[in-house]
Design a protein around this ligand. Structure first.
Ligand code: 5GP
Ligand code: ZN
Length: 140
């Protein structure tokens, strides 16, 4: 098990720092975000330290996604969420602020502005087809 002494989420996983933990599995932990963007905003992190998506092992990634699915189901069934966004920020350029890999589970509430005023951080605009093909080729 990897741990980093100055990592807040390692401290939470080990029980050395306080958190509102809602679920645990062999490899992952789910706890409430202290700055919820909607009611029920939860973070799912591996127990073993990994910095980001590039660093996390496949096993821990699968465990986090599996636990995130369970939290999403609870948000739907117990909080009445109409939908859920899963979000991971990897790297400063992607707005990561805590450098222990985690997935945000963000319950979404339709037509309830008192609970949900967030949108998506992009506008859907048709792209240039040649550019899409060119970049797709780089990723193939
Ligand atoms: P990131 O920007 O790295 O994707 O998200 C970090 C998240 O961790 C933020 O949503 C922030 O509110 C949350 N957070 C930061 N410190 C703590 C903490 O000590 N406890 C909990 N529960 N959440 C935290
Ligand atoms: Zn850590």
């Amino acid at each position: 098990m990897r741990t980093e002494s100055d990592c807040v989420f390692c401290g939470i996983s080990a029980g050395d720092l306080p958190s509102t933990t809602v679920a645990r599995s062999e490899r992952a932990i789910a706890f409430m975000d202290i700055n919820p963007v909607t009611p029920g905003h939860t973070l799912v992190a591996p127990l073993s330290h990994a910095t980001d998506l590039f660093d996390v092992t496949a096993e821990d990634l699968v465990a986090c996604v599996h636990l995130a699915q369970q939290i999403a189901e609870r948000a739907r069934d117990r909080l009445g969420a109409d939908g859920v966004n899963l979000l991971n920020c990897s790297g400063v350029a992607a707005n990561q602020t805590v450098f222990h890999f985690h997935v945000h589970v963000i319950p979404r509430f339709e037509d309830q502005p008192s609970k949900d005023r967030i949108g998506l951080p992009w506008e859907s605009v048709p792209g240039d087809l040649d550019e899409i093909e060119r970049i797709g080729a780089l990723l193939s």
